[in-house]
Design a protein around this ligand. Structure first.
Ligand SMILES: Cc1ncc(COP(=O)(O)O)c(C=O)c1O
Length: 202
């Protein structure tokens, strides 16, 4: 019997009526971009993660891209990315002309190896992207210490980790930005900003 690569139908089945009602309400309202549903979603997600702001976007990839754009990542900038992740983690750096620098991953979690990350830092390094792979939180205490010491931005790729916690605090609430993703037939991503980075946002 063939095993499909991705089959969400069983996961969606118990929620189908709720999805259909929500889609129907949006269809009838004619408000397909932004609108009250998105505002409510942003409020609820921000509350859930314990952060001030959440922004609804089209995908987790766009959430990563927007974060990198807000930080002004571009040619000449290096961004530390784990060598094992979904390709969007690094492709958003490439799309802006920056250079993803591969950092080895730990053998126990496949999350970023922080000793190797420190070895890869140089004067062009601008940011570090911890990916909370398979819902496993990265060592955010150590990552924050490294970022503080070397003046790096942290963009958490929490696409696979909505609801995961590190030391009792939800992932996505540690970095300067974080990106989440929802695997669903209505794909959406979102981004939150922990504190104002006015000097880079401009
Ligand atoms: C680790 C990781 N980062 C980023 C993404 C990108 O999210 P999206 O597919 O919503 O663009 C994914 C998606 O699977 C992911 O697994």
């Amino acid at each position: 019997m063939p095993v499909p690569l991705l089959d969400l139908s069983r996961q969606h089945a118990p929620l189908e009526q709720r999805f259909a009602a929500a889609f129907d309400a949006v269809l009838k309202s004619g408000v397909f971009v932004l609108g009250p549903e998105v505002e409510q979603f942003e409020r609820e997600v921000a509350h859930y993660c314990g952060v001030k702001h959440a922004i609804g976007l089209s995908s987790g990839t766009d959430a990563l891209l927007v974060a990198m754009m807000a930080l002004g990542i571009g040619p000449g900038d290096e961004v530390l990315c784990p060598a094992f992740s979904f390709f969007a983690t690094a492709s958003c750096v490439v799309r802006l002309g920056g250079t993803p620098v591969w950092v080895d991953v730990r053998p126990d979690t496949f999350n970023i190896d922080l000793e190797d990350a420190v070895r890869k830092i140089n004067s062009s390094t601008r940011a570090l992207v911890p990916v909370h792979l398979f819902g496993q939180a990265c060592d955010m205490e150590c990552i924050q210490a490294i970022a503080d010491k070397y003046g790096l931005f942290i963009v958490e790729d929490a696409a696979q980790a909505l609801g995961a916690k590190y030391q009792g605090q939800r992932v996505g609430s540690f970095g300067h930005f974080a990106a989440f993703s929802f695997l669903s037939h209505q794909k959406s991503g979102w981004l939150w900003r922990r504190w104002h980075v006015g000097h880079t946002v401009g």
